[in-house]
Design a protein. Structure first.
Length: 202
């Protein structure tokens, strides 16, 4: 029997020239233990992130859900099961309904991020390969690299009532003092929060 073209002989049969036993096992049994071992090596790289996600996010979330069915003492050591009484109490509270309505309004206003993003991207691409386009690209991407604390501090400077950047600009345009309480007036704070949310989501 001519075995020169078939390669060397192994206990499991002939292999192609240059082939190995492991390669033939991979071809014949693609889901054997060795494949799982290779995949586990890759999964080990994301294991720390998964552990942190479970410990710092999911466990506290389920713990809070459990506490919602109890009357818990201030230090959390003494708790009494009360069922859905916490939910019925908060649903009857007028402030909760108002907060829920404000959240719904902000969520709907946040939908403006999608069309505004497309419009801004189209306008920036229409500038061509210029320095102005590079400047606007950096400005456009800026919200993604700033932390939430930095964004809040920056907009506090913009929305300040006495010497804020926005009121100063409006005073210059209208040629009279403008002291709008962007962060203090209850009727305007929703607009300010929406501007911050939309800018951060672009």
């Amino acid at each position: 029997m001519d075995t020169e073209g078939a390669g060397r002989r192994t206990p499991s049969g002939f292999l192609p020239k240059g082939g190995t036993v492991m390669q033939k096992q991979k071809e014949k049994h693609p889901f054997k233990w060795w494949r799982l071992k290779e995949e586990l090596q890759w999964y080990s790289f994301i294991l720390p992130s998964i552990v942190c996600l479970i410990v710092l996010t999911y466990l506290p979330m389920f713990e809070s859900l459990e506490y919602s069915f109890y009357r818990v003492a201030s230090i959390g050591l003494d708790k009494t099961f009360i069922g859905f009484k916490n939910y019925s109490s908060i649903l009857r509270h007028s402030q909760f309904i108002k907060a829920l309505a404000n959240t719904a309004v902000l969520a709907l206003q946040g939908l403006l991020v999608i069309p505004l993003g497309f419009i801004l991207a189209t306008l920036i691409n229409g500038l061509g390969r210029t320095r102005l386009q590079s400047f606007f690209r950096v400005t456009y991407y800026l919200p993604n690299i700033l932390t939430g604390v930095s964004v809040v501090m920056m907009f506090q400077f913009v929305f300040r009532q006495s010497d804020g950047l926005l009121n100063s600009f409006l005073s210059m345009i209208l040629n009279r003092p403008v002291t709008i309480g962007w962060l203090t007036d209850q009727n305007i704070t929703k607009i300010s929060a929406s501007i911050i949310s939309i800018w951060g989501g672009l």
